[in-house]
Design a protein around this ligand. Sequence first.
Ligand code: PMP
Length: 386
Amino acid sequence: MRDFAAELDARKSAGLYRSRRLISGPQQPALTADDQSVLAFCSNDYLGLASHPSVSGALLAAVPEVGVGGGSSHLICGHHDAHHRLELALAGLTRRSSALFFSTGYMANLGVISALAGRGDTIFSDRLNHASIIDGCLLSRARVRRYPHNDMSALADMLAGTSGHKLVVTDGVFSMDGDLAPLREMARLCREHDALLVVDDAHGIGVLGEHGGGTLEQLGLSEQEVPVLIGTLGKAIGTSGAFAAGPALLMDYLVQKARTYIYTTAMPPAVAMATCAALEVIRDEPERRNHLRHLVERFRTEASALGYRLMPSHTPIQPIMVGDNWAALTLSRELEARGLLVTAIRPPTVPEGEARLRVTFSAAHTDADLDRLIAGLADCRCHYPG
Ligand code: PMP
């Protein structure tokens, strides 16, 4: 039998062991973690909707009406009109013809990629794509070619040298770097080389674009240019689940073929109803996105002035680059000792030698919260290499 204990010990001595904190109470910047009060800068609740009263209220109001459980899969008898209404609202938000609701983003990527590409096809995937995209590629049994991060000339060469069906897949906003994929250029390359473009905008939906339609709205990219969009609902939207959006024909194809859609219990309809309420907040309160942008730009100016190395990102994902695993852990622990929760991200989530603190912002953070983070970073500067 494999020596699992030795493998865990090896992880510990390499500074790669992952531990969980026990959170109590609602998801919000002021968190109780392992019985300690902390101010968190590491959640993906970018708009502060996870505990917004309209969203929680919609969930509470939905339960007496539709109950708790999803009952069965969508294709048996679980496809509720609440799911249908949410799909219509998501298609509206993203300006696509139709949308299909999945239970998680991980499952959406697995299901969509493995349905749209198969044996004999080729998938082109950015080296920094999310783990669920990588796993979706593996599950498809297609040939997978990974191109260097956002390197369009490498992608163009690979596409030109490949025959057969081609699918190109990328994060819209990269989850650990916070930068954007060059989607206009990717759409052009895909048109030239007759490849299907799939964009996972898990971190852009709700945050980017004038109406919160995400990276594609910000860049003005239509359904013709980006036929398959994937978004998640557990981050800026504040609830849970995910969706694919695009032409009705492709969504119908996914209903027939995406195994993670077909063979799983439908998400509780009450969650779909709470999600519809969250989409209304996104529509009605654009000031949340504006405040978020303000926090991000303030942080960039003040953290750079302290000598912290940031990435070229203008999204709420603002990693502080450290490098060494232990150094990243030390900086994170020192901040935590000052009541600031910012998790260290280490390989394999990021490449070897690129450990970092993944600072994220939420519209629920105040300027005073940011003052505290900056003061903590100033205080911990001596623990930052370089
Ligand atoms: N795609 C990306 C880019 C992500 O960052 C994540 C979550 N971290 C997912 C997909 C998975 O979404 P979910 O959490 O809904 O499974």
